[in-house]
Design a protein around this ligand. Structure first.
Ligand SMILES: [Zn+2]
Length: 200
């Protein structure tokens, strides 16, 4: 995600967990029953929270473009603020999925058939799925066991669906996209742990 915003106050793990539970309950109320959400998402269990149509490109992947890369991001924003950015037509940014730190809850914002604007590289956007993770690259306490596990299960499902090899050539950081000006997910993201979970 663009921009680096340092949180104005530290948040304890306990408060984060409580905030996450509240956001989940609010989202369920606002968006309808889990059954209706399940009908639209590409990943069972994800919550459908659509990005504005101004922030992605409608497509017919994988027929229009093959999907052969998963790009891992860290938001540099709180979960709720990241969603607001994806829903703001002025921001021109989106990701297919967003994983919440406290509980591993997954929001889907862009259909997998459509092209998210997350990699900063059109070629990589056309052939990738973008997964954002709530947190800050220099604050590894945001990279919780719940978030690693939920994200790895999502990446595993994506790789199985599109026959993407589960390796570091195909599961890459935003910083590894050619021409990337962003550093996420950063050196504190545990790639060894993540790939082990993806390959479980
Ligand atoms: Zn990024």
């Amino acid at each position: 995600m663009r921009g680096v915003i340092v949180p104005s106050m530290s948040i304890t793990r306990r408060n984060l967990m409580l905030a996450g539970a509240g956001a989940l309950a609010a989202g369920t109320t606002a968006l309808g029953t889990p059954a209706s959400a399940a009908a639209v998402v590409d990943y069972p269990g994800a919550e459908w929270i659509p990005a504005t149509s101004s922030n992605f490109t409608v497509s017919t992947r994988p027929s229009s473009y093959p999907i052969n890369v998963v790009v891992i991001h860290v938001t540099q924003e709180y979960y709720r603020d990241a969603i607001a950015i994806f829903q703001d037509p002025a921001r021109k940014v989106s990701s297919h999925y967003l994983v919440r730190s406290g509980d591993g809850h997954i929001a889907q914002l862009v259909r997998e058939k459509d092209i998210g604007w997350h990699a900063g590289n059109w070629n990589y956007n056309t052939r990738s799925i973008g997964i954002e993770h709530e947190g800050w690259v220099d604050q590894p306490q945001w990279f919780t066991a719940q978030m690693y596990a939920a994200s790895a299960a999502l990446t595993r499902a994506i790789c199985d669906k599109y026959r993407i090899p589960k390796d570091r050539s195909h599961i890459i950081g935003h910083n590894e996209v050619p021409g990337a000006t962003h550093t996420d997910p950063g050196p504190l993201w545990d790639w060894t742990r993540y790939l082990r979970l993806v390959n479980n």
